[in-house]
Design a protein around this ligand. Structure first.
Ligand code: SAM
Ligand code: SF4
Length: 439
């Protein structure tokens, strides 16, 4: 029996791609292992959004050379977003000569053949620029999927991104926007519900763009409305939403569709209109604040989360203060904060006024401190409230549930409750977690 060790980096798209890769490997007779030194296949599903995680990949894979010397049959592979960049691919080929197999984000379905050829000694490099699609079709359709959770499932609805934010590499690695057909998505969700799944998370770099490339013109909100009617499905989430494309119809879905959860990840990136313009985000500070206001009026208990970048080229002290003041004004429930990382091939990497690393670090510490205080206050306000939880796991003899607003709650209860909805009173709170009691 052959064993595979699969390491996944990056966003939920990569997490889901890894579920497909695992499904394929299990169907080929492999079993999964957590121990890299026991694996017959080591595969790294990589991310290239920032430089640091990329550097780590080189370090880790270089260290596997020793394992390969001990076991020449061992196959080492790299897939995901890093090989999609031509220069990075050349680097890998040069710096990691012991890697047997490199494939891109559009070649996952070809894994069985690629593995067979790699096992017979051929060095495999297969990276397509774009998926080979008919309208609405997905090359991943009908591939086996090994889902990492028993009650919640990811479902891709749109691939790629054509927004070209000036700092971001994704449009170059994931290709142009490509929606799956509503029928195919609904078929997946019905299949998941039949298998006992309670919650689906609809995935895309910009889910609000869903359907724009389909000739039948189905919009994301129409699609959500149709999924909301599925019996047995209890919760629907979606991510990521682009503020520019967040229309009244989608806000209406959040307010009116009972299964659509009250959580919205709405990356703002920066609080200064000047920076937003140079990032090519397509909205101003005032637009974003007005949008948040509109969303909160429609869905008063909504949890809002965001992504923020500090140290974008030319970010002045005032620009940074504008980001801090926007964070205070919105009061996000939580935020992913990133230090700007120049990505070769993107317009921002060529901008002349790059910010020194030390200053970037100072700024991110200040931002994180502010956001942590805001997150903490949100969590403490929940003490004494009653929340609907989906029980999704076990921890230290107890249960872990999740609120509709996407917060984890630890509580006591019977394991038989796994996968069910319960009502719980929140009894304690800290910045990162909640304790509760079933009522
Ligand atoms: N499509 C989503 C959106 O636009 O909100 C996010 C996709 S991206 C993989 C996730 C986050 O990474 C972005 O929202 C941004 O904050 C961050 N990011 C992207 N490129 C970056 C870069 N060059 N340096 C630092 N952070 C970056
Ligand atoms: Fe990157 Fe912007 Fe597309 Fe998000 S919307 S993936 S940040 S280019």
């Amino acid at each position: 029996m052959k064993r595979f060790y699969l390491k996944t980096m990056g966003c939920q798209m990569n997490d889901h791609d890894s579920e497909v890769i695992s499904g394929i490997l299990l169907s080929l007779g492999y079993t999964a292992t957590e121990k890299v030194d026991q694996a017959d296949l080591i595969l790294y599903n990589t991310c290239c959004v920032r430089e640091n995680p990329e550097r780590k990949v080189y370090g880790h894979i270089a260290a596997f050379r020793r394992l390969k010397e001990r076991n020449p049959e061992l196959l080492i592979g790299i897939c995901g977003c890093m090989p999609q960049q031509k220069q990075e691919l050349q680097q890998m080929l040069k710096r990691l000569p012991h890697v047997d197999l490199i494939f891109g984000t559009h070649n996952i379905h070809r894994l069985p053949e690629l593995l067979e050829r790699a096992a017979s000694g051929e060095r495999i490099v297969e990276v397509w620029d774009e998926g080979q699609f008919e309208e609405g079709q997905d090359f991943r359709d009908d591939l086996p999927v090994q889902r990492s959770d028993g009650f919640k499932a990811f479902v891709n609805i749109i691939y790629g991104c054509t927004n070209f934010c000036t700092y971001c590499i994704v449009p170059y690695t994931r290709g142009k926007e490509h929606s799956r057909t509503p029928d195919k998505i609904k078929e997946d969700v019905l299949g998941l519900v039949a298998d006992g799944y309670k919650e689906v998370s609809l995935l895309g770099q910009n889910v609000n763009a869903y359907g724009k490339d389909l000739s039948d013109g189905t919009s994301f909100s129409e699609h959500l409305t149709s999924l909301n009617d599925i019996d047995g499905l209890t919760r629907i989430r979606f991510t990521t939403s682009h503020p520019r494309d967040m229309g009244v119809d989608l806000i209406g879905c959040l307010a009116e569709l009972d299964k659509v959860c009250e959580h919205l990840h709405l990356p703002v990136q920066a609080g200064s209109t000047n920076l937003l313009k140079r990032m090519n985000r397509g909205y101003t500070r005032e637009y974003y604040l007005a949008l948040v206001d509109q969303i909160r009026r429609a869905v008063p208990n909504i949890s809002l989360t965001t992504d923020l970048i500090v140290g974008f080229p030319g970010e002045t002290e005032q620009d940074f203060r504008d980001t801090l003041s926007l964070v205070r004004e919105v009061g996000f429930d939580s935020a992913f904060t990133f230090i700007y990382s120049p990505r070769e091939g993107t317009p921002a990497a060529k901008m002349s006024n790059q910010i020194p690393e030390e200053l970037k670090k100072e700024r991110i510490y200040e931002l994180i401190e502010l956001q942590n205080a805001i997150s903490d206050a949100h969590m403490r306000r929940l003490v004494g409230t009653t929340q609907e939880l989906l029980i999704e796991g076990r921890s230290k003899g107890g249960l872990v549930g999740r609120t509709r607003t996407n917060r984890q709650v630890y509580l006591e209860g019977s394991p038989e409750l796994m996968g069910s909805l319960v009502l719980a009173e929140i009894t304690e709170a800290s910045t990162w977690s909640l304790q509760g009691r079933i009522v």
